[in-house]
Write a protein that binds this ligand. Structure first.
Ligand code: AHR
Length: 659
């Protein structure tokens, strides 16, 4: 017993002693608000949108019907026959001369003097339907034989209950767009749409479409509100679209062609989404691009969010990880013309050919396009040779456009070095760098840009994410560890904002039941959307962007991992705020004493913190706020502030400058 008491006392003393030692390790950091080092671009923190993981069709694009125009490789994908005490046949048919881009339709032969026969659509892994919400249905239809046939639309819940209904009685012998509305009596993440026919005869059907009435900005046929809001909440400086590898295509035929994504939606020609079969372990044979979310809609989305549009165009090369097709240099002109025409589409007067198209779609005003990317993730001389030709012609006609070039898929190595060497001889405004690396890489690279040429081409950190441990749950790769290490790295991007002008995490969105790639910034299902810890890290930086970088130094050096601490500081001239980002990647609390100069500070300040219980914790649809920022007040004493920075935490200290 006596020995036990002595042991407890010794352990107690040891704990007290080490706690005291830890408390004594105070890091003195000087923050000089009076010496702004350089400006931070308003576009610094943006978003990378690619139609991967069902981000567009089945995601942001509000359409609930999958394969609405029967153009998938198998025209009945997503559709099933429905027999209600009646029989019939459904015949996919080719070719509707009325629409060359969308030639398929189906003929429904109904033998339903009693009962009903029809088809149902399963949506994108089900349809997310909400109680008391209004849904807009539209169907192109004509009676091809028989008469007196009636059509009824129904929303069916996953247990087979009718939760919404509407009748279309005026079917005619000519093609006509029929519209109806339905209000749902229940919420269901996996509902179906059913079109039923009563009577004897045949009806031709095309473009069967169902949208929630409540879309982003209330636009008919618009975007899913909760998803766009989640992106908009980041206050992104730019919106990069449409990718990603989707720009390149698996082969050239499969490349993204912006012109095919404009004009009336029913005339936009659908293509296979390249992520349909890209990932052998995650096949998605029902993944196509309807282009309902096309270039016009991307520009609108950027404008709505106050983000600069940053379209990326194919440079005459398909994905080098796939077919690697390359357009001969003497046949590249149509590709370059696409780029010139896109600038006219975005900015040209309504009297110009492409400006007139923009106006006809509802936006006579310019979209003020200032950035344009040429090529996504290309490498070797093949890219440089093609990039050079694009640059020459864009410069000649539109010298004001900032051209974004690329350094390939890797963060270093031969392709990367060759791209930088060759592009330095040319005149891009920015070079896009990609890094999908282990969490440790992000910790070790917080100083990556410290030695970049300050007067050279600027960097667009266009795709990055820490790729680490993963578990069976889709969201499980978005661990706290990945977010924490990205935050540490991002202090380096911010500290070097004179070199790094733009940055975006990638990819942006993923459907939990239909993903191909992870981790991703935002996960969603048919009714819910959640921010990952990585999302909240991005948000902490992008919503506390500031206007100028200011020095935050320990013993004259920036903190790039010394004693597991990463620090960067900015001032916001417009709001007279100072934001200090402090990342502690160690497993213990660190004591910091911040010594401010160059500004007198208000006593009352705040600190917003993001942390988790464990490094492998993550947010999920079931537990969306497992890792979520919280704010606490802190008090500045004169020009000093002593803070305990919690273990494994990301923090933004917010200080008001006295005017
Ligand atoms: O973000 C996912 C993919 O990663 C992008 O499509 C591509 O550019 C990169 O390889």
């Amino acid at each position: 017993m006596k020995r036990k008491v002595i042991f407890i006392i010794v352990v107690g003393l040891f704990v007290a002693f080490t706690a005291k030692l830890t408390a004594q390790q105070v890091h003195d950091i000087s923050v000089d608000a009076g010496s702004p080092l350089f400006e931070i671009q308003p576009v610094m923190w943006g978003v990378f949108f690619e139609d991967i993981n069902f981000a567009a069709d089945g995601g942001v694009y509000g359409e609930l019907v999958k394969n609405r125009s029967f153009e998938f490789t198998h025209p009945m994908t997503g559709w099933e026959q429905v027999r209600q005490n009646a029989i019939g046949r459904v015949v996919p048919t080719f070719y509707s001369p009325a629409n060359h881009n969308n030639p398929h339709y189906v003929v429904v032969h109904a033998d339903a003097a009693k009962g009903a026969f029809g088809i149902s659509n399963q949506g994108f892994r089900g349809m997310g339907i909400r109680k008391d919400n209004l849904y807009n249905l539209s169907v192109n239809a004509r009676i091809s034989s028989g008469s007196g046939i009636r059509m009824k639309a129904e929303l069916i819940s996953s247990d087979g209950t009718v939760i919404g209904t509407s009748e279309i009685l005026d079917l005619t012998r000519d093609w006509k767009k029929h519209e109806a509305t339905m209000t749902s009596s229940a919420t269901d993440p996996s509902a179906k749409l059913q079109l039923l026919f009563m009577g004897l005869g045949s009806v031709d059907l095309d473009m069967v479409s169902l949208f929630p009435a409540d879309t982003w900005k209330g636009r008919p046929g618009g975007l899913r509100k909760d998803l766009v809001q989640m992106i908009a909440d980041l206050k992104p400086g730019f919106l990069r679209f449409p990718g990603g590898c989707i720009v390149e295509g698996r082969n050239l035929e499969n490349r993204y062609q912006w012109k095919l994504t404009t004009g009336p939606v029913e005339e936009r020609k659908l293509i296979t989404n390249r992520w349909n079969s890209e990932m052998r372990n995650r096949p998605a044979p029902d993944y196509f691009q309807s282009f309902g979310l096309g270039f016009y809609e991307y520009f609108l989305m950027a404008e709505d969010m106050g983000a600069e549009p940053l379209p990326i165009l194919n440079c005459g090369m398909s994905c080098q990880f796939n077919a690697g097709e390359v357009v001969p240099l003497n046949e590249l002109q149509p590709y370059i013309q696409d780029a010139l025409d896109l600038i006219e589409f975005a900015n040209g007067p309504v009297t110009s050919k492409w400006g007139a198209l923009r106006a006809s779609m509802g936006h006579p005003e310019s979209f003020n396009l200032r950035y344009l990317g040429v090529g996504n993730e290309q490498w070797e001389q093949q890219y440089i040779e093609r990039y050079r030709l694009f640059e020459k012609e864009i410069r000649l006609k539109y010298p004001e456009i900032k051209i974004v070039s690329g350094s390939g898929p890797y963060a270093s190595g031969a392709y990367f070095d060759l791209a930088w060497t060759e592009l330095r001889k040319l005149d891009p405004a920015l070079i896009d760098e990609h890094y999908y690396m282990a969490p440790e890489w992000f910790l070790n690279n917080a100083g990556r840009y410290d030695n970049y040429d300050r007067s050279g081409i600027k960097v667009f950190a266009g795709e990055y994410a820490a790729h680490g441990k993963e578990g069976p749950a889709p969201e499980s790769r978005n661990t706290w560890l990945s977010a924490l290490t990205e935050a540490a790295f991002m202090t380096g991007l911010e500290r070097n904002a004179d070199v790094v002008h733009m940055a975006s995490y990638a990819p942006l969105l993923a459907h939990v039941d239909a993903w191909q790639w992870r981790p991703d910034l935002i996960w969603f299902d048919n009714l819910n959307v959640i921010g990952t810890p990585n999302y909240y890290v991005q948000k902490l930086f992008s919503t506390h962007r500031g206007t100028h970088v200011i020095p935050a130094l320990k013993d004259g050096d920036p903190l790039t991992g010394q004693d597991s601490l990463y620090v960067s500081a900015v001032t916001d001239k417009a709001s007279s705020m100072i934001y200090v980002k402090i990342v502690n990647v160690s497993g213990e609390t660190k004591q910091l004493r911040l010594n401010f100069s160059g500004a007198s500070l208000q006593k009352d300040a705040e600190m917003e913190t993001l942390k988790a219980r464990g490094l492998y914790d993550y947010n999920s649809i079931a537990n969306p706020k497992n890792i979520y920022p919280f704010t606490r007040p802190v008090t500045v004493s004169g020009k000093k502030l002593q803070l305990g920075i919690e273990a494994s935490s990301v923090n933004v200290l917010k200080l008001s400058v006295r005017k």
